[in-house]
Structures are given as C-alpha cells and as structure tokens.
Design a protein around this ligand. Structure first.
Ligand SMILES: NC(=O)C1=CN([C@@H]2O[C@H](COP(=O)(O)OP(=O)(O)OC[C@H]3O[C@@H](n4cnc5c(N)ncnc54)[C@H](O)[C@@H]3O)[C@@H](O)[C@H]2O)C=CC1
Ligand SMILES: CC(=O)[C@](C)(O)C(=O)O
Ligand SMILES: [Mg+2]
Ligand SMILES: [Mg+2]
Length: 360
C-alpha cells in the first residue's frame, strides 16, 4: 500500500501498479460475483468486471426494463443473468447495488443467502451505518465491505473504456474470513477503479451525503439559481445570464481547475477577475459555512438518511419526483442552457450529418 502525502497528511492509497488486474483475477478466480440491481452502478460495475475476466452474474427482476438492458449489454439469461434470488444463491460475493431505499425491502431475502464465508459488498456506507433505520445487520460469519466509486456509474464505465480508472473509496466493516482485504481490493480493481482510498463506512456515507447535497449538486444549483436570478432581475438576457453563470464555468474554467487547481486558475485569469475573486471568496465561504455545518449535522443525526428512505418508499414516489424534476427542467435557466448547449460544435454536427444523410 502506498502512503501518499495529501497537503501534509499521510494516507493509504492502493494503486493499480501495486495491485494489477492479474492479481485481482487470481484473488477472484474461484468467486462468483453476483451484481444485484442493474440501475446506474450495476451496469458499470458488472460490465467492467465482465471485460476484466471476472466470473460475474447479474440478478434482476424478470420482465423489467433493466432485465432487457442487461440482455442488450450481453448478459445471458440462465447463464449470467438470473432472477434476484437465484443470483443471490449462486453468488459468493453479493454486490448489493439496489437503490439504498430498495435495499431495505430486499434485505430479508439477501440475508437468507448469506451463508458462511460469502462476502457482502456495498457501494455506499448507507445501509450499514444507518442500520437502525435500514435494519441491515449482516450475520457475523460473512465479510462485509464497500467499494464506492466517487462518481456516477456512467463515468465508471466511460472511464474504463477510455483506459482510465475512476477513483473509489474502500472500507472493511467485517472481516470474517481473514481475506476481506484482498477480496475488497481485488473487487475495487475489477470494477474499474483507478486508485482506492481507504475509509470506513460511516465516513464514506457522511462525506458522500454531504458532498451531493453540497458543492457537487445541492449547493451549486442553489448558487447558480441565485446568481442567474440577480442577473435577470437587473435586465440581462437569459443567454448572458446563463453564459456567465454556468456555461463558462463548465466549458472553460472547470476543465482548467480540474487540470491545475483553483489556485492556478486564480493565478491565470485577468487581474480584474483576480482582484474580485480574491475579495469575494471569503464572503461566500462565510455566508455558506453555517449552511454546510447544518447540512453535516443533518447527515450525522440520521435526518437525511431517514428523509431519503421515507420519500423513496412512498407509493407515489416516482410521480412526486417527476414534478420536482420538471420544475428544474422547465426553469428558464436550464431551458436557456439547452439552447446554449445546442450551439456547441459536437451538438451541431449531428443534425448536419443527419441532414446530409437525408440528402443522400
Ligand atoms: N448512482 C450512482 O452513480 C452511484 C450510486 N452509488 C450507490 O450504489 C448503490 C446502487 O445505486 P444506483 O445504481 O444509483 O441504484 P438505482 O437507483 O439505479 O437502482 C438499482 C436497481 O434497483 C432496482 N430496484 C429498485 N427497487 C427494487 C426492489 N424493490 N426490488 C428489486 N429491485 C429493485 C432497480 O430496478 C435498479 O435496477 C447505492 O448504494 C448507491 O448509493 C454509489 C456511487 C454512485
Ligand atoms: C454519483 C455519486 O457518487 C452520488 C452523487 O453520490 C450519488 O449518485 O449518490
Ligand atoms: Mg458519491
Ligand atoms: Mg451518493
């Protein structure tokens, strides 16, 4: 395990160089990895493992859209694609990749098939950390661990196909066989992780829930909406407001920040932007700090997990969700964004190509 220095703090990181795919294949050669659920993470992790030569099967409800998707992706009914219960029975490693709320409902079935020596694998610390809410308490004689890719299942697959890996966290909750560590790391490599960062279940879920509610999605949408509203109220056009709020950020600045850091960005913009950004960032930090503190508390006390479980288990959950998503989709800002995006060369090429095809 490599010890790397992160801004003065040493941490354990597993690299693909020290744990190459061949080693992962050797560790997993006698395992049947059953991926239960084929939503967002399921396809990414199952396909990457398949392409990596791991003995992987998928468990999914028959007569569902995702069953058909698994078939389209090359999983064969009766050979590598099964009803959930059969996959649970066949698997020696159970990758529990249903949505966090759905994991609660299926847990009694999963539990039945957790015979001694099997491994229970999660991609989130949710079910175990909030076990008072989820009821997910595994038997003592199975390994329990997680590999949580730090990104969408879609990115996990895309980056794998590009020959890159997505960074993942890994954690061991229970080592019943004495082999939990090599099993979890082998699985982490097999699902397409680039680097594996050590954590524990609680830290993984607290940071993940904070991040997605915070700067990754919740906070950023809030800040976008506030700035867009001010610009529009002051008479700026939708395109101008959108370009200055989102488009420039995602198309020009964030790729540079991703490559070089925000410190570099501050050193490489106009002196005017530099002065202003240096003057204003602390004001934004101070204004949002109490909100982030409240958010972390809400995660740590279990309020966020309970809310997620409650709303996801309502019978009309999908209809209600659609109303909220529609509000976002129909907002002027994201409608303006749709038009702005359509102007990008890659989005222009498609209709032009189509028109050419029609002409031929
Ligand atoms: N979405 C993502 O990219 C990420 C997800 N994760 C974690 O990975 C795990 C899986 O998440 P997603 O892939 O987003 O799940 P998802 O919301 O896409 O659902 C996965 C599957 O669950 C099935 N399902 C739903 N309710 C069911 C039920 N009652 N019985 C049987 N099947 C049911 C769906 O058909 C679907 O195939 C979660 O623990 C999540 O927190 C971690 C990192 C990123
Ligand atoms: C993609 C990811 O890791 C998130 C945002 O935390 C999630 O979908 O739960
Ligand atoms: Mg996440
Ligand atoms: Mg998450």
């Amino acid at each position: 395990m490599a010890k790397l220095n992160f801004g003065g703090v040493e941490e354990n990181v597993v690299t693909r160089e020290e744990f190459p795919l061949a080693k992962a294949q050797a560790v997993l050669k006698n395992e049947v990895v059953a991926v239960i659920g084929y939503g967002v993470q399921g396809p990414g992790q199952a396909l990457n493992q398949k392409d990596n030569g791991i003995n992987v099967i998928v468990g999914q409800r028959k007569n569902s859209k995702t069953w058909d998707k698994a078939v389209r992706d090359g999983f064969v009914p009766g050979e590598t694609l099964f009803e959930i219960e059969e996959a649970l029975q066949r698997g020696t490693v159970i990758c529990y990749l249903l949505s966090d709320a759905a994991q609660i409902a299926l847990w009694p079935t999963v539990q039945k098939h957790l015979t001694p020596g099997k491994a229970l694998y999660f991609s989130h610390g949710f079910g175990i950390t909030f076990n008072e809410q989820t009821g997910i308490v595994p038997p003592k004689d199975v390994d329990v661990f997680l590999v949580a890719p730090k990104g969408s299942g879609t990115s996990l697959r895309r980056m794998f196909l590009q020959g890159r890996g997505l960074n993942s966290s890994y954690a061991i909750f229970q080592d019943a066989t004495g082999k939990a560590k090599e099993r979890v790391i082998a699985l982490g490599i097999a699902v397409g992780s680039g680097y594996l960062f050590e954590t524990d279940f609680r830290k993984e879920v607290y940071s993940d829930l904070t991040g997605e509610r915070g700067t990754l999605m919740g906070a950023i949408q809030g800040i976008f909406a506030a700035q867009y509203e001010v610009l529009r109220k002051k008479g700026h056009t939708p395109s101008e407001a959108f370009n200055e709020t989102v488009e420039e950020l995602t198309q020009s600045l964030m790729p540079l920040v991703a490559e070089n850091g925000m410190d570099w960005m501050y050193a490489n913009c106009s002196t005017t932007a530099q002065r202003g950004a240096l003057d204003w960032w602390k004001k934004f930090r101070d204004a949002t700090l109490p909100v982030f503190t409240e958010l972390y508390e809400s995660v740590a006390t279990g309020k966020e997990s309970q809310r997620s479980i409650d709303s996801n288990s309502q019978p009309d959950y999908r209809e209600k969700l659609e109303v909220e998503l529609k509000e976002l989709r129909d907002s002027e800002m994201w409608q303006a964004g749709k038009t702005v995006r359509s102007l990008r060369p890659e989005n222009q090429a498609a209709p032009a190509k189509k028109a050419a095809e029609v002409a031929n």
